[in-house]
Design a protein around this ligand. Structure first.
Ligand code: F6P
Length: 469
């Protein structure tokens, strides 16, 4: 097998196998962010093709060398739906849903992480750089170091890392920390996430930490230095600028407005259908504004795109039922023949259609209860080449650390959220422009390329300087 100097290891490949044996882009922000990085690096990408029991040989797709990992139906149930998305996901998002701690799921997580580490070890060239991604693969850095001590290993954590009081619930809390500490650099979205991680390491493992450095003891009695630091992820901002300037996409934005009956204002929510996103809180606030008569369906429509996600995991099934009940109730109460309160779309759309929607939307609602970053907020901002539109952004999304010129909200405070939505709907053009310009400056200066360069430069430095002592 040919080897690569640069290897990305992620739960998913950038493409998913569809029902007719074709390929479509994988869901989520991780793939969207890493794809442009990979295209330039000419490396290999190790991941799962999104369907159980698929056995595929490595292949090239769109300029990338893809190395598929087979997950059996049992692996999907226990490693992916179970431990990754019914244990770690809710625990790391501040237990918005109750995490379930199942020993069989943990065993499956260990064995699938071993499989990813084996694949990465066999595709990486001597002395290569391997960049492991996200919470599904927290054990891979250490497993990989055991197999290939010559490699430089980075890990990026796309979701929050919780406060120690919550993290301590995890029955396998030591093993997970030890797994992550196999990396030379462990990247987080927010400074607070890196701080929570360092605290867990001190409390659980009693390792010495200083600024961003963690002294990791080694079997030979020596030690090495690992770096745990914030590197906020971003988007390919110029791509969104280009799409937003395309004639056909601008025409589509106008068409969307017309299809919605040309309301005075369009509010927009775009999320994977996930309980961390605060979709219910958003709908409650909007429904109450209609009930109070502070907004009217003649003037304002909420478009909610909720793309299907993790549909066999219990809390996700429950959430879908609750949201669809809420949409039905609000629309039943307030729709007229010509106007709808909420246009709800349980579908995923191509990027072009999303940019048209961003251009059509006067107010973007990001009301996450907890979110690693939230790239939708950045996509909206990058797309607003007209310097118009208002971003309402939860302070519990990582993006709030950078996007301070948005209208920041606490989604739990429904009264405050209602006031802010109303303010956003009525915000004068000059204030929209002032805020949007500041937001756009940040997103364009700190794009995904800057993110990956920062991370990879830190990794390069750490692998040279970190060394043994
Ligand atoms: O961005 C966070 C994340 O959990 C990614 O790790 C993941 O790829 C994406 O959301 C989508 O989730 P899933 O792969 O479970 O569909």
């Amino acid at each position: 097998m040919s080897t690569a100097e640069f290897v990305v290891v992620a739960n998913r490949l950038p493409v998913d196998r569809d029902a007719d044996g074709g390929w479509r882009p994988s869901p989520g922000g991780l793939v969207a962010a890493l794809e442009p990085v990979m295209r330039k690096a000419d490396g290999a990408w190790v991941g799962w093709a999104g369907k159980p029991d698929l056995e595929l040989e490595p292949f090239d797709n769109d300029g990338m060398h893809l190395v598929p990992i087979t997950l059996t139906a049992d692996d999907v149930e226990q490693y992916y739906e179970g431990f990754s998305n019914d244990t770690i996901w809710p625990l790391y998002h501040d237990v918005i849903a109750a995490p379930r701690y199942r020993r069989a799921w943990w065993e499956s997580y260990v064995s699938v992480n071993e499989r990813f580490a084996d694949a990465a070890a066999s595709v990486a060239a001597q002395g290569a750089t391997v960049w492991v991604q996200d919470y599904q693969l927290q054990l891979v850095p250490r497993l990989l170091r055991e197999r290939r001590p010559d490699l430089t290993i980075g890990y990026f954590h796309h979701i929050p890392f919780p406060a120690y009081g919550l993290y301590a619930q995890l029955p396998w809390r030591r093993q997970v920390l030890e797994g992550l500490l196999g990396a030379d650099v462990i990247g987080f979205q927010r400074v607070a996430d890196a701080g929570n991680f360092a605290r867990a390491v001190r409390r659980q493992l009693r390792y010495e930490t200083k600024a961003s450095g963690i002294r990791v003891p080694e079997a030979d009695g020596g030690s090495r230095l690992a770096l745990a630091k914030a590197f906020p992820i971003s988007i390919d901002a110029e791509l969104y600028v280009e799409l937003a300037q395309r004639e056909d996409i601008r025409a589509r934005a106008a068409e969307i407005r017309a299809e919605l009956g040309n309301p005075k204002k369009i509010l927009l929510g775009v999320d994977r259908l996930d309980y961390t996103k605060g979709i219910r809180h958003r709908m409650k606030a909007f429904g109450e504004l209609l009930e109070d008569g502070r907004l009217s369906v003649e003037d304002v429509t909420l478009v909610q795109v909720a793309s299907p996600s993790r549909e066999r995991v219990g809390p996700y099934m429950q959430l879908r039922d609750e949201i669809e009940l809420t949409v039905g109730r609000i629309n039943g109460d307030y729709d007229t023949m010509g106007h709808t309160a909420i246009r709800y779309l349980h579908q995923a759309f191509p990027r072009e259609e999303m940019v048209a929607l961003y251009l059509a939307a006067d107010v973007m609602l990001v009301t996450a209860l907890r979110d690693g970053m939230n790239l939708v907020a950045k996509e909206y901002v990058a797309s607003r080449v007209d310097n118009r539109g208002v971003l309402v952004l939860s302070e519990f999304a990582g993006a709030a650390d950078e996007l301070g010129s948005a209208l920041l909200i606490n989604p739990h405070d429904i009264g405050g959220l209602k006031n802010t939505i109303e303010r956003a709907v009525h915000m004068p053009g000059a204030e929209q422009g002032r805020r949007m310009r500041a937001l756009r400056r940040r997103v364009r200066e700190h794009d995904v390329e800057a993110w990956s360069q920062d991370f990879l430069a830190a990794l390069d430095e750490a692998s040279h300087a970190g060394g043994h002592r």
